[in-house]
Design a binder for this molecule. Structure first.
Ligand SMILES: [Zn+2]
Length: 251
């Protein structure tokens, strides 16, 4: 699943086209049905930014193309005219290069002002004050791990970095928000930001707990556990030996 860090890498690649007028095509019929390419065709691409799990491409005239990659989407930047195997969703052609979107399941053309997301975990400076305020504004009976994935509170953290940042902060995903101090919230957010920032430069770094259920914790040696969490039942990974907090009942 593309997380905030992979979106930021895609945003970096796409900077190659910023400032250029681009030809816009939608070779894939599903993309053509959701996006009228002629509305964007020939406009200058003014900015590309990753906001949470969305890539926002701003075009002159205030049009913003929102691309959410879900599990399968991928942006690629290639030489202009490079051969393509299959039908990409979208091709933005500049003078020397092309940006190509493969399997982009969510594409939406909006105008400026789409911002219902919490502060971005990769923004600089990190807006920890607002993130903690958002978390304190949520129901304090909610589980910490679940709220870290709530993009309205903090944008950009996915399942991998939820698990890893909680392990680094030595906090259980099962703690209720009300049991967690502001200082501990700040720590886990800082860990998420630090780990995801590091992953921008070296995406393949080794994980401590994510997808390592049953294997020994690298810190204390206890067996790592996993269990579905939250309404979406995304799998949480944690070490019962060194992450503070009660086990969920029946885990
Ligand atoms: Zn441990």
């Amino acid at each position: 699943m593309p997380e905030g860090d992979s979106l930021h890498r895609a945003a970096r690649r796409l900077q190659a086209l910023v400032g250029e007028r681009v030809a816009v095509e939608t070779p894939h019929p599903r993309a053509a049905s959701v996006l009228a390419a002629e509305r964007l065709d020939g406009r200058r691409l003014e900015a590309v930014e990753a906001v949470g799990k969305n890539l926002l491409l701003s075009f002159e005239g205030g049009l913003v193309l929102r691309s959410h990659l879900r599990m399968s989407g991928r942006w690629q930047v290639v030489e202009r005219g490079a051969e393509k195997h299959g039908k990409p969703w979208l091709v933005l052609t500049g003078t020397e290069r092309e940006a190509v979107l493969w399997n982009g399941p969510v594409l939406e053309l909006t105008t400026r002002g789409m911002r219902r997301l919490g502060p971005d975990i990769l923004a600089e400076p990190l807006d920890v004050v607002r993130m903690v305020a958002n978390l304190r504004g949520a129901n304090q009976d909610r589980e910490l791990g679940d709220t870290l994935l709530d993009q309205r509170l903090v944008a950009g953290i996915g399942n991998v970095w939820k698990a890893e940042s909680l392990w680094h902060a030595q906090l259980s995903p099962w703690l209720r928000l009300g049991e967690v101090s502001d200082g501990d919230l700040e720590r886990v957010l800082a860990e998420a930001s630090r780990l995801m920032r590091a992953a921008l430069d070296s995406p393949g770094a080794k994980r401590a707990v994510y997808k390592r259920a049953g294997r020994p914790c690298p810190r204390c040696g206890a067996a790592i556990r996993s269990r579905g969490q939250g309404d979406d039942n995304r799998t949480a990974y944690w070490c019962p030996g060194c992450q503070t907090g009660k086990e969920p009942s029946g885990a």
